[in-house]
Design a protein around this ligand. Structure first.
Ligand SMILES: *Cc1c(COP(=O)(O)O)cnc(C)c1O
Length: 470
């Protein structure tokens, strides 16, 4: 299997060459040359498999430059009950008839990003050891992504993490999660500024190509293909849990921001997994809902991007969306480059043609959005009727999923975080304290390890230079 760029002009490359990369050199995103097809007999063979065995089968279709025994070992040491809480890894919880939550947030940082990031940590360490390379991951975070990356990379040989966060602006819980890590390869840099300052510094440092090369700077953002691929697995796992045979179809509802999670659903469906609808659920930041309703994709300015109570979905543009549009326009790289390279730069957005718009239903996509009051209402309703406590992002997914519910078709709502992570809003909705997993009780009192720096590119570069020398 080789990978191509959505914008066409990168040579097709094998998996391990794109593993450590974000954007393709032409600014596009990597996709496989074709989606491997899975028939009913294969689905039947996969149905009884354990999560790691299933992951191995699916990853093997996309990765042909890691020996099978090694890949098997990597997934087996990643997807364990010890790390993800249960042997099923992503168990289903039934609510009312035919409505399920699929738990993706029982990993070390209590959000679904662990599902992919934990595998990425194992793959990175493996590949760096094979090539004798080092990687210094530079990122900016306002919460979930940074902690998932740090917990995945802690103690990994050949990898260091430099994670910038806005000083004093993350919740005490989020700060404690990240800053309590004592691993010497993890560097928390608290920047005296806001999240945008952190992101600007990351861009400036990565934009200095000489510095980037000399210090082997890389990223782990959501456009990384390996992250997306790891997420494909749980769509298959969820399908098998909810059905008995491959004649049945299921719908998925996905709390969406950067379109990474639901894009993995699109890949699974394109492989032949019997998914009916893929429901894109947004919060007040409804870039994606607007697109699926109107065919118009309009990137928001920061002044139009709202801070909401489902903050991990507060996005101004959906960074993985280009992958779907590439497939929607018949995998035409010129067309994709015209839309994402030119139209977005010049006009801040685009509208697909009526023919392209008419093709959307054949990909299963539908959408909806959810607001703060609806989020609170859904959290209350789910607690009162089923005794189940859900987080704010999952509430958005459940609210919109219910709007698209079809008789006789199971609706699987992806649970993307545990309520303990967003305890303030749980308090507001129900007046109760969201319970924490035992390992997280009192983490605010642990010793913290972080370096406060001014919002200055030179200061960050200096810090990196000093700490990669060893
Ligand atoms: C990242 C995140 C999302 C959004 O996922 P995308 O892949 O960006 O669409 C939703 N919920 C939670 C809790 C997240 O951390």
């Amino acid at each position: 299997m080789k990978y191509l760029s959505t914008r066409g002009d990168a040579p097709a490359r094998p998996f391990c060459e794109i593993l450590l990369e974000g954007l393709a050199p032409d600014g596009g995103l990597y996709l496989p040359q074709a989606y491997p097809q899975v028939d009913a007999a294969t689905l039947a063979r996969w149905r009884p498999l354990s999560y790691p065995a299933l992951a191995f089968e699916i990853l093997s279709l996309y990765i042909d430059d890691i020996p099978a025994a090694d890949l098997k070992h990597l997934v087996e040491k990643t997807y364990t009950a010890e790390v993800f809480g249960t042997p099923q890894i992503t168990p289903l919880k039934a609510l009312d008839e035919g409505v399920y939550l699929q738990a993706l947030s029982n990993g070390p940082t209590l959000a679904f990003k662990d599902m992919a990031m934990q595998l990425l940590g194992a793959l990175f360490e493996y590949q760096l050891a094979r090539t004798g390379q080092q990687l210094n991951i530079l990122g900016a975070t306002s919460g979930d992504t940074g902690s998932a990356a740090e917990y995945a990379m802690r103690g990994k040989r050949g990898v260091r993490v430099f994670m910038l966060s806005p000083h004093g602006r993350m919740s005490p819980f989020q700060q404690a999660q990240m800053f309590s890590l004592q691993d010497p390869n993890i560097h928390n840099l608290a920047i005296e500024g806001v999240f945008d300052d952190c992101q600007d510094i990351v861009k400036a440092v990565s934009g200095d190509l000489a510095f980037k090369q000399r210090h082997c700077i890389g990223t782990v953002n959501s456009i990384n293909w390996a992250r997306l691929l790891a997420q494909v697995v749980y769509y298959f796992a969820g399908y098998f849990h909810a059905t008995r045979e491959a004649t049945e179809i299921v719908d998925f509802s996905v709390p969406s921001g950067n379109f990474g999670n639901i894009c993995a659903g699109h890949v699974a469906r394109s492989m032949g997994l019997p998914i009916g609808q893929l429901v894109a659920a947004t919060n007040e930041n409804d870039v994606l809902d607007e697109f699926f309703r109107s065919g118009r994709y309009r990137v928001r300015k920061s002044s139009e991007t709202f801070e909401t109570s489902s903050p991990s979905m507060d996005i101004s543009k959906a960074s993985n969306f280009e992958r779907f549009v590439f497939d929607l326009c018949g995998r035409d790289p010129q067309r994709t480059a015209a839309l994402f390279g030119d139209a977005i730069t010049r006009e801040g957005g685009f509208r697909v043609t009526p023919e392209e718009f008419a093709r959307i239903p054949s990909f299963g996509f539908v959408s909806g959005s959810s607001r703060h009051e609806e989020r609170l209402g859904t959290i209350r309703d789910t607690w009162r009727r089923f005794g189940t406590l859900i987080d704010t992002h999952t509430a958005d997914g459940l609210k919109v999923g219910r709007e698209h519910r079809r008789a006789g078709v199971p609706m699987l709502v992806l649970e993307t975080a545990l309520p303990a992570k967003f305890a303030e809003t749980i308090q507001e909705a129900l007046g109760i304290e969201a319970p924490r997993p035992a390992a997280m009780v009192g983490i605010e009192n642990l010793p913290k390890r972080c370096t406060v720096l001014p919002p200055d590119v030179q200061a960050v570069k200096h810090y990196i230079r000093e700490h990669v020398a060893a």
